[in-house]
Design a protein around this ligand. Structure first.
Ligand SMILES: Cc1cc2nc3c(=O)[nH]c(=O)nc-3n(C[C@H](O)[C@H](O)[C@H](O)COP(=O)(O)OP(=O)(O)OC[C@H]3O[C@@H](n4cnc5c(N)ncnc54)[C@H](O)[C@@H]3O)c2cc1C
Length: 410
């Protein structure tokens, strides 16, 4: 009989195992992993560098990076947040460094440091590790009976840390849990439009992007005005648009965009001004730089290539000076710079970093303990629950925090 059986040998599974065993050194504890590799996602995460957390130390601010789980994670982060994560790794001799955008990585710049730390800690703590063992069914009773292909295991407590797993969700549903249907989050938008065509690589540091969704969809998805407008760097890719502003929209509206099958409109503002103010700036440029060619005088931190394209969408004659430009053309330019409407047709994966929105309904979980409200002594952490975050180390932070809570309460 195991004191604790952990299903899934990923980030959440290992963090749970190590922390529980540190608290209960005499416990018999094992991790059961379906694949032949432990910590597969940790190894490839953050481009092989593992973005372990984010330098955001205020729980209230940190929660805002979680489109699903914002409310529930607040108290979790108050108990174990990025500061505690850094201290935890320091205890194992791993220094964590901060990059200019707030992302935090092991100083070694390789995820191997994190994988080795977890494997060594399990070895030291005598945690049993089993690969190639996919859970096939769970029976709940006075203890849990776990069925694998060639083995039957009994455990007093069970922690489900199996990530995004359809079969695990089905088992949990059979046991009475509600599963929020999984949909992709964190993706880029596919767009074919002269506004961005063949401009791969150009970017603006601060743009505003707004989802232009049908009113019924907005209503049914519960999205608010603050959700559907996001600001930040915007990047043109081979397929369309990416960058933090787009990724934030994809995460916040993951379910609504899935519901419209990724066919929708967005409005892009590259200048940070409304159309009227933008026109006033353009009129000023016209009077102050009248002799210059329009295509050669970019403004609003818009790179040359993108500026030329936008100007060319308004004028036929590339030799036109600001002086030659009439008010109607300036109005058209102001509209394109401040309120350009683009059709999105499909999505693409962001740097292979696919994250799933959906999983065990948060209403079924007691966040003080991470225990199921339906089944005593069954705990959850990581991607298996309906929590997901923006890119930047937040997904791992949720996994560490939830796992740590399990260890404190079990
Ligand atoms: C390419 C990529 C890069 C990423 N980079 C980052 C990053 O830098 N920073 C960040 O914060 N987030 C990142 N993420 C997200 C992050 O990896 C996940 O949020 C995190 O791994 C979730 O941890 P987990 O333990 O819940 O799930 P997982 O890491 O997916 O682990 C779950 C484990 O359970 C196993 N399992 C599934 N079903 C069963 C079963 N029936 N029986 C037994 N075992 C089972 C799986 O094989 C898996 O090993 C990245 C994601 C990807 C795909």
């Amino acid at each position: 009989m195991y004191d604790l059986a952990i299903i899934g040998g990923g980030a959440a599974g290992f963090f749970t195992a190590i922390n529980v065993k540190r608290k209960h050194p005499t416990w018999k504890l094992a991790i059961f992993e379906k694949s032949q590799t432990f910590l597969g996602k940790v190894a490839i995460s953050g481009g092989g560098r593992c973005n372990v957390t984010h330098a955001c130390f205020d729980p209230q601010v940190l929660c805002q990076y979680y489109p699903r789980g914002k409310k529930e994670l607040r108290s979790v982060f108050e108990r174990f947040g990025p500061k505690e994560t850094i201290a935890w790794f320091k205890h194992y001799g791993i220094a964590i460094k901060q990059e200019s955008d707030g992302r935090m990585f092991p100083e070694s710049n390789t995820s191997e440091t994190i994988v080795d730390c977890f494997l060594d800690a399990c070895d030291e703590l005598d945690i049993e590790l089993y690969k190639g063992m996919a859970l096939q069914s769970i029976e709940a009773g006075a203890s849990y009976t776990l069925l694998f292909q060639n083995a039957k295991v009994k455990a007093k407590n069970v922690a489900i840390t199996a990530g995004s797993s359809q079969s695990i969700w089905q088992m949990l549903q059979t046991l009475g849990h509600t599963i929020v249907a999984p949909v992709p989050s964190l993706f880029t938008f596919n767009i074919k439009d002269p506004f961005v065509e063949d401009l791969m690589g150009v970017s603006v540091p601060k743009a505003q992007v707004k989802l232009d969704l049908p009113a019924e969809l907005l209503k049914s998805s519960g999205l608010k005005a603050v959700d559907i407008t996001q600001s930040g760097p915007l990047l043109v890719t081979h397929w369309g648009l990416s960058g933090p502003a787009i990724l934030k929209l994809s995460a916040v509206a993951a379910r609504a965009l899935h519901d419209c099958q990724y066919q929708f409109k967005i409005k892009v503002n590259l200048c940070g001004l409304n159309q009227e103010d933008c026109l006033a700036v353009l009129l000023n440029i016209k009077s102050e730089q009248s002799k210059k060619l329009m295509v050669n005088t970019p403004f609003f931190e818009i790179p040359n290539r993108w500026w030329q394209r936008i100007v060319q969408l308004c004028i036929d004659n590339t030799q036109m000076t600001w002086a030659d430009c009439n008010k109607k053309t300036l109005q058209s330019l102001a509209q394109k710079l401040s309120d350009y409407s683009l059709e999105v047709k499909g999505k693409s994966t962001f740097k292979d970093e696919f994250v799933t929105a959906g999983g065990v309904d948060l209403k079924d979980i007691q966040f003080k303990t991470m225990e199921s409200k339906l089944l005593p002594r069954m705990y959850f952490a990581g991607e298996v629950i309906n929590v997901d975050a923006l890119t930047g180390g937040f997904n791992f932070q949720a996994a560490w925090s939830e796992s740590w809570i399990i260890a404190q309460s079990i």
